[in-house]
Design a protein around this ligand. Sequence first.
Ligand SMILES: [Zn+2]
Length: 297
Amino acid sequence: MTLIYRTSRTGTPPPRAPITGYSGAARLQNVPKSPVFINFGVAGPNGARLCVVSKKGLPVYKWDKSIKRALVVVAHPDDVDFGSAGTVAYLTNRGVDVAYCLVTSGDAGGDDSTESREERIAIREDEQTAAAKEVGVTDLTFLHWPDGRVETTMALRREIARVIRSHKPHLVITQSPERNYDRIFSSHPDHMATGEATLRAVYPDARNPHAFPELVREGFAPHTVGEVWISSAQPTMVVDITKSFDAKIAALKQHVSQIGQREDIEKFLRRNSRLVAKNAGLGKAHMAEGFRVVATK
Ligand SMILES: [Zn+2]
């Protein structure tokens, strides 16, 4: 293991490692042999954030106290639980106040469902609320956009900016606005639209007092988010969720209307999480969730 520091604008610029790209396989070929500093442009309390670099070089998030509040913005109920509930449990276990913002209530989910749209919304909101509880989250906002019809509109940006200004998170976790050409299921249009709208809400909307002046009039003062983690198949950082994996599974199992009694879900996720950990050079017994870290300051 090698220690690295992520630096901020205010921190003393450390020597740069000879690393260019910072993602995926290319990153792994450039394994640093000595402690390196990688500039994410993220401000920690003392101008730097400690990470741990595994043998293969992909940083493993190391807890520090600069993140006191976090906000997860996703398109559908269960998205957060598949993508980042292990990380959410990791954070809430350390006292972070995590809130969820659900753009839709998943009213188009479940191909065989016979309930009315209103019934499906109620079921899925209840399931997500119960799932959130499993990982220590009780603050949920449902924006009630229609499932399957999410677009990156100014109206959605304003709604997300309002939630950001209300919760004032140091960290926002969201979905990727980029299409994954290897696997179409991971690029639901709602996910991409939500990811893009969230990034636009983080910058510039939430921090700019002139963006949506009506929000200021409503009492929502501008807020600058410190960093964004995008759930990604090509992570630039992983979170070791070995100890919070059980909570993630417990959360997922609350989505009965979606996963039913699927016994294989735990096996599937265990295998996937182990693969993410392995690709980051963590030991065999470890499990991880991967994120692309976006500097926002
Ligand atoms: Zn989804």
